[in-house]
Design a protein around this ligand. Sequence first.
Ligand code: SF4
Length: 346
Amino acid sequence: MQPISITSVRSWQDELRESITDPAQLLKRLALPDDLLDGAIAGDALFDLRVPEPYLSRIEKGNPRDPLLLQVLPQQQETQQLPGYTTDPLEENASNPLPGLIHKYTHRVLLILSGACAINCRYCFRRHFAYQDNQLGREQWQAILKYLQEHTEVEEVIFSGGDPLATPDSRLHRMISDLEKIPHLERLRIHTRLPVVIPSRVTPALVSMLASTRLSTVIVLHINHPNEIDEEVNHAANQLKQQNITLLNQSVLLRGINDNATVQKTLSKTLFAAGILPYYLFLFDPVAGAGHFDIPETEARRLAADMQASLPGYLMPRLAVEIPGKASKTLLTPLDDIQKSSGVIS
Ligand code: SF4
């Protein structure tokens, strides 16, 4: 790996610091009615509001139903306790052998690099995650390296979070250099929303770092609605694509935001135009405080059938659900009219 040039890093950190965290300020900036404030304060008390400026600029002013706003605006419904919605919906605590390391699937491990996010998505399945117990200090990192050296079945390391790209480049560089020295590791995957919500995070230094590692690098973005992709996001994606870094997208099916086949089809096409391939469309993970975003499986499968009927196969994300304890994600088949009428699938 080549050394990184710190001087070329743009101040994405400033944009991170200047994010909106005050519900009243958010409503004022977006010309939204004051009657949303009580609910926003109640939701914020459970999970902090956080919206960075580049994302805010894509939200339509005066529209309380804007699909980007609904992803970040705390709401009164978050205070409701619904049966079946838990603080650890994927039961990650059961696969957390070391602080900062989750080992659910045999050949890949997930590392919690940072508890920080550039945006707080209201539906996040880790909104209750114990980040304070999973901080990666020097000691914890050495323990993780030892674990990886001993677990020769692991081929892929996934940087996750929070948002792993909230980590400074110099630290990322050290971590990737350490991982490169473990011979059986082949791939590095980065799950991140930062290039979407603060596109300036894709600095020349970051791109060059990712382009020069011996590990094959895949970036999995998280984009739920086509309005999230603007010129800046396109530019950031292009910088990564030019270095042959694979870009995939995973999204979550969310009530009132993208539970519509037209929106989903537009999302797939807009992603492709930006050089990003649709990868997964997940059913909502039943996390406490966000049940109002949930969509029944049958409805999701009908929506997928509608998408499949008009999209080419390579633009069709895999509809999937994560079931705790299973060896992989569970793929769901689209529910088309023939299946419905024959009663094959209810
Ligand atoms: S981990 Fe991802 S989904 Fe969760 S709040 Fe952070 S950016 Fe949003």
